[in-house]
Design a protein around this ligand. Structure first.
Ligand SMILES: [Zn+2]
Length: 793
């Protein structure tokens, strides 16, 4: 399944999310959602024969019976449960005899058989039922009737329900990811409507009473959430795909007025099927199919019968990514299914990854790279906000099963896995996995171990870092030194930092690319574990600089951009929060900007000019641009974003400064800059930009040249300084003000209210550790004066 991200439909999604939140707060009062029939260890349903009247669309009712073919998993079975939500059970037959020993509490049917049965005793259970099937409280998933009575259809996943599987809203079943069964559906409707289910339409019978019965058969086993039905006036757009395993019919069912649009919107469907077959092996289903439904917030990958928004059948290619995503589930999710909600990245992370595969196959490498980079930027920017924290892919809490982490970070991590294993081993192993696990479920551990054994690459460390840990590693080049010993001529030292990740990752593989003034490039791979690593590299030229992960093959805590510039003017670097203004260009420039989402290396020695240094980011700028142009770099600050701890809430941006160092061998220093912008957002500009590292810091107030708050008769003096006991703070203010005291991590540790006039107050830091503290006088929300003090203890 997938939400639609297009702006024109986003309103719907936001409304839906809002409703989901509201319902979430009420969920404790709704026992229906919290009772679940866990994965059954008692029985295995082999087949569902679903017989329903879906005639009364205005009353929103269904009725009929489902005949389940069941085999016990245990000897001497006599009791078991089935899921059926909100519908009324009329009667149950056990092998054609009426069974009276059952109960139904609106959620679970508890069955007591008249006697114990053994492992070979396959039996039938016919459940007769009727009622109004329900939607998920979130409004995403369940069974829908349109207000104008033109449509009835299901979406097999309930966003908010536990478990998420939602077969139980329209037939009695074992509603989990693990139990797979075959399906026959016999659906009776008014003659003005038709019926589309998964599989193949076997026959349509006119009952002679104004109704017809549609008989559909699905020849491959699926879990309950992939079963589907849609009732409306629907007509097929038909084609044939000549796949690896032979001809596969394509049928896209739409409203009659949408058929021409569907032909255009799905024009590349066969090519996309070929792209996926080429990468992942044959399409193993009897039909490739979609059905247009009046649901605007996304699509659902029902096996061979994907529920697809009518609103996305536009006659354009705008939603190709959406139907490609759902189609790819016929490898990831439908064919090989996550064993539990904890493993959902196996369904949705891979389907999101398949969006990059479809983009690469259909639109080429540049489009692919942009898709991957944009996704990575979105992951770093939004996943922790959408899912309330930095989360590991595996074992995500149920309310975030269908969240940004599983989808987008999932895709990000799988792209990293692809590059880690290399294309040949990666795709071969994935094909083998899908073949071995066809029509089966798979856990994350099984997934990891299969790929490891099949490829010969031990993926334990990779999975520990990228699948089982929250956050991200961050990789950077520390230094490069000439090396005259055997095996090479340069030694490159690399470093790992942590971005919301608890421990250093091991068995890391990173690419380093050397470049010289003739634009020659040489790339090597460095493997290392823990915080640091190094490699002696034999570079076929004298490099001018070396870059970490030039092609962003690893989804670490960096977003980079490189480009060749040939013209004067302003050039932006998307996802790097940077721009450059070029003048007097005389030759092409190569500029690479690496935006690092971690704290820069700390100051090596204390500075009287630099009070604090950013704890959230720095830039590294490399390139070939010396001498043949003048470059003005633009660094963007955002108080509510990256600079939230450098510039706390009431902190004026007057003290923000631009720091520079050529490389890790130098200490940070203030570099000449100019500033535009105000308290919340703005830019620092550096004339004559040079290669090296840049970050923000806090210096003396008004160092940035903005001095709007300077006021006479305001003073602040702290003594003794340093002190091993307490500090006297002598001040003079003309209006109500306060003192804020920060530690070196920019955390406010004390706030003192000041009276108007001249006075001296004491600050005793005895409950804090020794070190450097910053005392700031704040008036009307602006930092007026600042002092650095040292507590010796
Ligand atoms: Zn999906």
């Amino acid at each position: 399944m997938k939400y639609i991200q297009h702006h024109y439909l986003r309103k719907t999604t936001l409304v839906f999310l809002f409703i989901a939140v509201l319902h979430g707060s009420l969920s404790a009062q709704k026992p229906r959602k919290n009772i679940q029939n866990l994965v059954s260890d008692t029985i295995d349903v082999l087949h569902y024969n679903i017989n329903l009247n879906i005639i009364n669309l205005s009353q929103k009712t269904i009725g009929g019976f489902t005949d389940l073919t069941i085999v016990p998993k245990l000897n001497n079975t006599s009791k078991f449960s089935l899921d059926l939500l909100a519908l009324t059970v009329d009667s149950i037959k056990y092998n054609n005899s009426i069974l009276t020993t059952f109960s139904h509490n609106d959620t679970v049917i508890k069955i007591n058989l008249p006697g114990s049965i053994g492992l070979t005793d396959t039996f039938h259970l016919k459940v007769y039922y009727h009622g109004q099937p329900v939607e998920d409280p979130s409004t995403w998933g369940g069974f829908y009737f349109t207000p104008d009575s033109t449509y009835a259809y299901n979406l097999g996943v309930g966003f908010e329900s536990v478990p998420h599987n939602f077969g139980r809203v329209w037939f009695p079943c074992l509603d989990d990811f693990v139990d797979r069964a075959f399906y026959d559906c016999h659906i009776r409707v008014k003659n003005s409507n038709s019926v589309v289910c998964g599989g193949t339409l076997i026959s349509t019978i006119n009952n002679g009473d104004g109704t017809s019965t549609y008989n559909w058969k699905l020849n491959n086993s699926i879990p309950t959430y992939l079963a589907s039905v849609a009732v409306a006036n629907l007509v097929p757009v038909s084609d044939v795909f000549n796949g690896m395993n032979g001809a596969i019919p394509i049928k896209i069912y739409t409203r009659p007025q949408d058929t021409l649009k569907a032909k255009t919107s799905f024009i590349n469907l066969k090519q996309i099927l070929s792209i996926f077959e080429n990468r992942f092996g044959p399409y193993k289903w009897e039909r490739a199919g979609y059905v247009g439904v009046p649901f605007n917030s996304g699509a659902m990958e029902h096996a061979t019968n994907i529920a697809y928004p009518n609103a996305c059948i536009t006659g354009t290619l705008d939603y190709e990514y959406l139907y490609a995503h759902e189609l790819s589930h016929h490898w990831f999710g439908d064919l090989t299914t996550c064993a539990s909600a904890d493993d959902m990245w196996i369904n949705e992370g891979w389907a999101s990854f398949c969006e990059t595969i479809f983009t690469e196959g259909l639109y080429g490498n540049t489009s692919y790279k942009n898709y991957v980079k944009t996704n990575h930027y979105n992951v770093l920017t939004t996943a922790h906000l959408d899912d309330a924290g930095y989360r590991a892919l595996y074992g995500i809490p149920l309310q975030y099963t269908y969240g940004t982490t599983v989808y987008k970070k999932g895709s990000d991590v799988i792209t990293t896995l692809r590059n880690y294993m290399g294309d040949t081993k990666f795709f071969n192993s994935v094909k083998a996995l899908l073949n071995t696990y066809s029509y089966k479920d798979i856990s994350t551990v099984q997934f990891r171990d299969f790929l490891s054994i099949n490829s010969g690459i031990n993926l334990n460390d990779f999975f520990q870092t990228w699948v089982y840990s929250p956050g991200f590693p961050h990789f950077s080049i520390d230094s490069i030194t000439p090396y005259s010993g055997p095996g090479g001529n340069y030694k490159v030292y690399v470093k790992q930092k942590l971005f919301h990740m608890p421990t250093y990752g091991n068995s890391n593989k990173v690419e380093v690319t050397f470049m010289n003034n003739n634009w020659e490039k040489y790339t090597d791979t460095i493997s290392f574990s823990g915080q640091t690593g190094n490699k002696i590299c034999n570079v076929p030229f004298i490099p001018d600089f070396v870059m970490m992960d030039l092609e962003e093959k690893t989804a670490d805590a960096t977003t980079d951009y490189y480009r060749t510039l040939k013209t004067n003017g302003n050039h932006t670097f998307p996802n790097a929060n940077f721009a450059v203004d070029v003048q007097n260009i005389s030759d092409s420039l190569f500029i690479r900007v690496e935006h690092n989402w971690v704290a820069p290396d700390p100051l090596q020695s204390p500075s009287s000019e630099i009070y604090r240094i950013s704890n959230s980011r720095y830039w590294k700028i490399d390139g070939i641009f010396a001498g043949n142009a003048s470059l003005k770099g633009r660094f963007n600050y955002v108080k509510s974003g990256f600079e939230s701890s450098l510039l706390p809430a009431t902190y004026s941006a007057d003290s923000i400064i631009l720091l520079y160092r050529k490389n890790a061998g130098e200490d940070w220093r203030i570099i000449a800059f100019t500033k535009t912008g105000g308290v919340n957002v703005g830019n620092l500009y550096c004339e004559n930009m040079q290669p090296g590292e840049y970050t923000f810091g806090i210096g003396k107030p008004f160092q940035s040249g903005i001095n709007s708050n300077a006021t006479n008769n305001i003073s602040l003096k702290v003594f003794p300084n340093p002190s091993n006991t307490e500090f006297n703070i002598q001040y003079s203010v003309k209006e109500n003000s306060e003192i804020r005291i920060f530690d070196s991590n920019s955390k406010i540790i004390d706030t003192l209210k000041l009276e108007i006039g001249e006075n001296t107050i004491k600050w005793n830091p005895k409950n804090h550790s020794k070190g450097t503290y910053f005392i700031e006088l704040i008036s009307k929300g602006n930092v007026i004066l600042q002092n650095k003090v040292i507590y010796l203890k």
